[in-house]
Design a protein around this ligand. Structure first.
Ligand code: ZN
Length: 467
């Protein structure tokens, strides 16, 4: 029987890379897959780091959390936004519940984890959204010194991945991840009942290098010098995971999970430019060069709807009584929504084929939707196309991302892997695993009353394996 659980969170790892392409060459992950349990882990809508980790660790959906991505529109303002931080998470996480039940938890870098919201029994190090290591990034405060010492004086929260200097990025990326595991090893030696770490490096690897290592990417150039970088990076982490699991000990079940998958980007679709063409967004002057919606000369008093860029699009209607210069009558909003939805679904791609876009209202996805929600969540072409919020392009179909080099987008399935020391679980493939079930599953492994038998068969197998 296991007494403890540890989660190794690998941001953005897709089953197609870890299970299908690389597993045979990653001895530690392979052993886990062969002797443990594994499966595809369905993420939330939208498949974005913030909120996905909190969906997993609180068991609440994005609508319940009121967190729909990194950035949010502030109230009913037009372009004023804010970045989510840990204070926006109001639901208790797995570690909050465990700490309240007297279990000691150690949590390294799970987003959004800044500022660190610590409490008794809980040791926290903040996440990749931390502004700098000068800030108080750990709880209790003295933990900061331990982290800095383990990281050789300089801890790295994140790298700047939208850059053309791939050689420098590669070096920084590998260094960052090595330091994360150095710190994880140090923290794993302290006493704990629950341990969790998060590594953002995979997400950065995928966004910055996908076209280099994926020969099927439309912009792949053979002999580019980074064709093996996926194997190199995953191998480095595989070695570090092997060492870390050793430290976790014989009474600890280890789970590896990712918050969403990744896949090649086809291009970016200029959503605001399209809305302008369709008469929804009105400009006083059309920009001659690429211009962010924040900088654009928008005639808000004549604008019916506008959008935001990102891996998915957000659309906002300009509603009378809600937005300061609203024009859509509240009584006409539903009809306007139905019409725009139909138009978005009818958009064709750069070759004239149906783009197969999907449009959701937050309430359709989540039941309830609190906080600063968009009116529409839009996926262009099953997310193969990201959304470009900028204006001033010669075409609505952009070959490159408008906010810097980026060659991958997010996909709906992440990974789940687990192993229990001394037990052969037969390498079974679990079906139906959902990100939102992971929090209750983890708590149930500690017998914390979320109801045995609840959730999918896969979830029950995970709990059973820890008994
Ligand atoms: Zn992510």
């Amino acid at each position: 029987m296991t007494k403890r659980a540890a989660v190794i969170g690998l941001d953005s790892v897709p089953p197609e890379l870890l299970f299908d392409k690389l597993l045979d060459r990653l001895p530690n992950f392979r052993r886990m897959a062969e002797r443990g349990l594994r499966g595809r882990l369905r993420t939330c809508d939208p498949p974005i780091t913030v909120p996905a980790w909190m969906v997993m660790m609180t068991g609440r959906n994005p609508g319940e959390l009121g967190i729909y991505g990194f950035r949010h529109r502030r109230g009913a303002s037009y372009v004023d936004g804010y970045i989510v931080n840990s204070n926006h998470v109001n639901a208790p996480t797995v570690w909050d519940v465990l700490a309240e039940h007297g279990k000691r938890a150690t949590v390294l870098g799970v987003p959004p984890g800044y500022p660190p919201k610590g409490k008794p029994n809980l040791s926290l190090v903040s996440c990749f959204l931390t502004p700098s290591q000068e800030k108080p990034f750990a709880y209790p405060a003295e933990l900061k010194e331990e982290v800095l010492e383990a990281a050789g004086g300089k801890y790295v929260f994140d790298v700047t991945f939208r850059t053309d200097d791939r050689a420098a990025l590669k070096k920084e990326l590998f260094e960052m991840t090595e330091k994360r595991f150095d710190v994880a090893e140090r923290l794993a030696k302290d006493p704990w009942d629950f341990f969790m770490m998060h590594e953002i490096g995979f997400d950065r690897l995928h966004h910055a290098f996908w076209k280099f290592f994926d020969s099927a990417h439309p912009k792949h150039v053979p002999g580019n010098g980074y064709e093996q970088i996926d194997l190199e990076y995953y191998s480095m982490v595989d070695g570090r995971v092997g060492r870390l699991v050793e430290l976790f000990g014989e009474d600890c079940a280890t789970m590896v999970m990712s918050d969403h998958g990744s896949k090649a980007m086809k291009g970016a679709f200029a959503v605001n430019q399209w809305l302008e063409e369709q008469g929804y967004l009105k400009l006083k002057t059309r920009p001659a060069k690429q211009t962010d919606i924040v900088e654009a000369d928008v005639d808000w008093a004549s604008t019916k709807a506008w959008g935001w860029g990102g891996y998915y699009a957000r659309i906002f209607f300009n509603v009378k009584g809600r937005e300061a210069q609203g024009v859509v009558e509240p009584g006409e909003l539903e009809a306007e929504k139905a019409l725009l939805r139909k138009k978005i679904i009818g958009i064709r791609d750069d070759r004239g084929a149906p783009m197969e876009n999907r449009v959701f209202e937050p309430e359709e996805l989540y039941g309830t939707a609190v906080g600063d929600k968009p009116d529409f969540v839009v996926y262009f072409g099953d997310l193969d196309w990201r959304s470009a919020g900028t204006l001033g392009h010669g075409s609505n179909y952009l070959a490159e991302n408008d906010t810097g080099p980026d060659d991958s987008v997010h996909s709906m399935d992440g990974v789940f892997l687990m192993q229990v020391p001394g037990r052969d679980l037969g390498g079974r493939v679990l079906e139906g695993l959902r990100a939102q079930d992971m929090g209750a599953t983890l708590l149930e492994t500690y017998g914390l009353g979320y109801g045995a038998g609840r959730g999918s068969r896969g979830v029950r197998e995970i709990v059973e394996a820890c008994r």
